[in-house]
Design a protein around this ligand. Sequence first.
Ligand code: GEK
Length: 243
Amino acid sequence: MKKHDNIYANPLEKVADFTFDESVVDVFPDMIQRSVPGYETIIHTIGELAKSWVSEGSNVYDLGCSLGAASLSVARATQDRKCNIVGIDSSGAMVERCKRVVQAFTLNNPIIIEQRLAQDVTIDNASMVVMNFTLQFIPPSDREALLKTIFDGLNPGGILVLSEKIRHPTLSGNEILIDLHHQFKRDNGYSELEVSQKRAALEKVMLTDTFNEHEQRLKSVGFSDVVMWYKCYNFTSMIAVKP
Ligand code: GEK
């Protein structure tokens, strides 16, 4: 049973910056599903992509794995071949819970969960790297170097699946997408107060880029093609291909 997210249901005197602590871990599956349009579709599609792109004997990395949803989707999709799946997350509370979650499944390929900053990870012999709504939490000044590390560690023909909340380049256009997203959250049972307190909590923690910024940065580190395969409001998922 998913625990209901009501972290921001009561008025707070001061809204602290959002962190992935124990209270967030407790309600995370409910929170992400009610907050990110298309989350289940994206998790499912990561598995579909793994079927086509994960090669025999290679490694798959899930950076910012939270409770392992993307890692598990890859593991379910790759039962017919050998690969290692490595989930990395910087939050100790997430990692502890994620280890328990993945242990509950019996799958052919191992899922190794490690507490680490994505910026410190070593990527090697990878056919697929997933960053499902993680890069947006990484300091902007670290983003290009991390993408270069990923590019260098991917085998030729490998892919990065990068899902991000993006910013529309015009203020008025961005407001249209933000309003639609807030409507989506209200439809999923979040109150006006919850929506506005969460927005304040994320303001300094989640720093979004435009699609053009993502595309240019991915190409500048060497990716040959950047394919936006999903978009709903300001939520997107891209596939970047290493030639
Ligand atoms: C999913 N991918 O369910 N290094 C590693 N992890 C980090 C870092 C960092 N520098 N900064 C934040 N995180 C998941 C959902 S959630 C997205 C990803 C969201 C971790 C953080 O601890 C959290 O678990 C995750 O990135 C972001 O498919 O909550 O909107």
